[in-house]
Design a protein around this ligand. Structure first.
Ligand SMILES: C[S@@+](CC[C@H](N)C(=O)[O-])C[C@H]1O[C@@H](n2cnc3c(N)ncnc32)[C@H](O)[C@@H]1O
Length: 425
């Protein structure tokens, strides 16, 4: 994982609390021993972020339904195998089971959910939700696939029985395989890799690609564009979203269709700790637009001028206006994790942009916010302006967010997406 400076310090504090006088080495040995299993589980739960939702990112899901699932159901005419890697508390698994049922997939189709957190999986296995969590589920779908369960609502038993869960760390091999062997038809791994270092990100994508059947599809979240496509994947690009498809063994190495941002220099990003830190983006509350990234709840408000890692290059004195702009931006990210109202976030982002008009990360977030608020024309203006600052090299890299190369790709995709929506109106 790529932790920010403050996150490292917070983790240190937790470790100091939990290790109760043991030296770091003794504590590590304890964690690795059988009697330390529970402590390790609790430590993992204290570090990871489980934020998720039913029908998270409907825009991507409806593109998935049309471009991937419907043709797959039509073509395969057999039980499909889907894996939700980093499934948190199970909302994505439930969503996928509903999508399979709605698409008329073979009733023997299954969804495997895996996560590094045993605590999250305990909740996931229940596949029960609050009424509030069902807010994004379309009405007919809600009635058809969810049943009352005490004060809550549970996924219908006919769908629940097609789910299975497994503890798995994406850093560990072997990777899970579907019952009966072979690969998965589809792997969802959304809002998980954003916490990984560039190297771990790339390694995991390659391993996930290797867990797909040829022609199988990998779905990452819209805030995690792949800049360096492994030869085993090609891009399936639509107006609203893009997916990664495993190429057949025969065609590996023969080039792929579209490669967003290929050659954008991801290799170079690993070169310094500072740039690795800049890779960190976090995740997103649900929306009809790609959701607004929110910082891990473990993150504290960040101090922009502080060194983020030991190997950071020395930094030049920061313009006070930029310093304040970065603090406002950090506040919006923290606010997104804790559910601060959109109008407060919009105000902070606009203030941030008054202080630094080339703050492309803030402009991108403002675009997302406007898009979520169904103001696509305004969103398009913000994405285009962010893109302009990035292309002209005026945008400063902002710690704890997408690095400029990734941000540029994200802004270009976002602008195309909202402009297509405006044209369709
Ligand atoms: C933010 S949630 C995403 C949930 C869901 N995929 C979604 O998009 O709504 C990220 C999940 O990834 C899990 N995770 C983080 N690192 C992991 C790892 N190395 N292996 C497996 N799961 C991991 C966390 O425990 C957390 O539940």
């Amino acid at each position: 994982m790529s932790l920010s400076g403050p996150q490292v310090r917070r983790l240190d504090d937790r470790l100091a609390e939990r290790s109760r006088g043991l030296t770091p080495h003794q504590y590590l040995m304890f964690l690795k021993s059988p009697s330390g299993a529970l402590e390790l589980e609790e430590l993992i739960s204290a570090v990871v972020v489980h934020k998720t939702d039913l029908f998270r990112d409907e825009v991507q899901l409806s593109a998935f339904r049309a471009q991937v699932l419907a043709p797959l159901v039509e073509r395969a005419r057999r039980p499909l195998r889907i894996w939700s890697a980093g499934c948190a508390t199970g909302e994505e698994v439930a969503t996928l089971l509903v999508l399979l049922a709605e698409a008329g997939a073979d009733p023997g189709s299954t969804v495997l959910g895996t996560d590094i957190s045993a605590e999250a999986l305990r909740r996931a296995r229940w596949l029960g939700f609050t009424q509030e969590q069902l807010r994004r589920v379309p009405n007919g779908t809600r009635e058809r696939y969810f049943v009352p369960s005490g004060e809550r609502v549970a996924l219908a038993p006919s769908l629940r029985e097609r789910a299975s869960f497994q503890l798995h760390n994406l850093m560990d091999t072997p990777y899970p395989a579907p019952l009966g062997g072979g690969g998965f038809d589809v792997i969802f791994c959304r809002n998980v890799l954003i916490y990984f270092t560039v190297e771990a990100f790339q390694r995991t994508v390659e391993a996930l690609a290797g867990s797909l059947v040829p022609g199988g599809t990998l779905v990452l979240s819209s805030s995690e564009p792949l800049l360096q496509l492994p030869p085993s994947l090609r891009v399936l690009r639509g107006e609203q979203a893009f997916f990664y498809v495993r190429v057949d063994g025969d065609t590996v190495g023969q080039g792929s269709t579209t490669t967003p941002g290929r050659g954008d220099g991801v290799k170079g990003l690993g070169a310094t700790g500072r740039m690795r830190e800049a890779e960190r983006v976090v995740q997103a509350p649900v929306s009809t637009a790609p959701a607004l990234p929110a910082l891990a709840s473990t993150a504290t408000t960040r101090l922009p001028a502080e060194p983020v890692t030991e190997d950071s290059p020395p930094t030049a004195p920061v313009d006070p206006a930029f310093e304040e702009a970065d603090l406002l931006f950090a506040r919006v990210l923290d606010g997104a994790a804790t559910g601060v109202a959109d109008d407060a976030a919009e105000r902070d982002l606009r203030r941030c942009l008054t202080l630094d008009p080339d703050h492309s990360a803030a402009r991108y977030l403002l675009g997302l916010l406007l898009e979520q608020g169904l103001r696509p024309s305004e969103a398009s203006v913000e994405y285009r302006r962010a893109l302009e600052s990035l292309e002209a090299g005026r945008a400063r890299p902002v710690p704890f967010f997408l690095n400029p190369a990734r941000l540029q790709v994200a802004c270009a995709h976002a602008a195309e997406r909202v402009e297509a929506a405006v044209r369709r109106r």
